[in-house]
Design a protein around this ligand. Structure first.
Ligand SMILES: C[S@@+](CC[C@H](N)C(=O)[O-])C[C@H]1O[C@@H](n2cnc3c(N)ncnc32)[C@H](O)[C@@H]1O
Length: 268
């Protein structure tokens, strides 16, 4: 039967061989940089990269920066399937043995991604109460849209995962992001505020420095520094399992994650 040969010759090697899956990732979802305007492409991102991002975010959160907060107001820019919210919720379960309540603003360009993110936010094994709003554009981020989801929140967390490296991010995005952060931060001056940023380890960092400069021009200062996290690669398998490849420290395929976890303070 062809189907049996096909499973053996095609599906099984793809399922079990990270290098073949990497080729599939790059073709279908552009190495996580495609236009996610179709459900198939958005799901391919989730299949290929979401778990990896969840793991790296979890490693950052394991450093304890957000552990004191039980109801954060999260502004997730380039939100995709709301991976940051899921990582915060998982951390809350592990630290406090309780599901998370949060105010959530997801800024995401593509409808299919927003739909998948919404499904995660409705998962009551992770979340208690989620007051949420989705925006398409960073320019839509203002205190007026955040206000309705901010009730009872005890900290403000701006989160950006790989957004400053996306192909649909035009010049000036970093500055518009900084102005959005400043607009919202100025409206909640008494909440502790953080900026969580993650990106690939190599390459050009001009975007993040453009963001930090523009933030300063808008009266705020991000008090933190660049850090690198050794990343074990974690691939979701087609049978639902996870394949892990430990960081070897030698092969360039085994990437580090570049991140900053900054406090957003008033510039003196
Ligand atoms: C690499 S994914 C990261 C998704 C998610 N934060 C995670 O960690 O799994 C980047 C996301 O940014 C979105 N995106 C790209 N350009 C955007 C823009 N200009 N405004 C808002 N979202 C954008 C993409 O559609 C994609 O979902």
């Amino acid at each position: 039967m062809f189907i049996e040969s096909f499973r053996e010759i095609v599906v099984e090697p793809v399922r079990t061989t990270p290098a073949y899956r990497t080729a599939w990732q790059n073709t279908v979802c552009g190495g996580a940089r495609a236009a996610f305007d179709r459900m198939g492409t958005a799901l391919c991102y989730c299949m290929c990269w979401q778990y990896m991002h969840f793991e790296s975010l979890s490693s950052i959160l394991a450093r304890g920066h957000t552990d004191d907060y039980i109801a954060p107001l999260v502004i997730d820019v380039g939100a995709g399937p709301a991976t940051v919210a899921a990582a915060l919720a998982q951390r809350s379960i592990e630290r406090h043995d309780q599901t998370l309540s949060l105010g959530y603003v997801g800024v995401e360009l593509y409808g299919p991604m927003r739909d998948i993110g919404d499904q995660f936010l409705q998962d009551n094994s992770l979340f208690d109460v989620v007051d949420k709003v989705w925006l398409e554009q960073i320019d839509d981020l203002s205190p007026n849209v955040v206000e309705p989801v901010s009730n009872g929140c005890d900290a403000l967390i701006f989160a950006c995962s790989y957004i400053l490296r996306q192909p649909h991010v035009d010049t000036g995005f970093a500055e518009r992001l900084a102005r959005g952060v400043a607009r919202v931060r100025s409206h909640w001056p008494d909440l502790p505020a953080y900026f969580l940023y993650q990106d690939v380890s190599g390459g050009d960092r001009s975007n993040i420095y453009a963001f930090l400069d523009e933030l300063r021009r808008n009266g705020y200062y991000a008090a933190g520094k660049d850090q690198f996290l050794r990343q074990d690669q974690a691939f979701a398998r087609l049978d639902g399992g996870i394949d892990r490849r430990p960081h070897s420290g030698q092969n360039e395929d085994y990437r580090n994650v570049h991140f900053r976890f900054d406090q957003v303070r008033v510039q003196m």
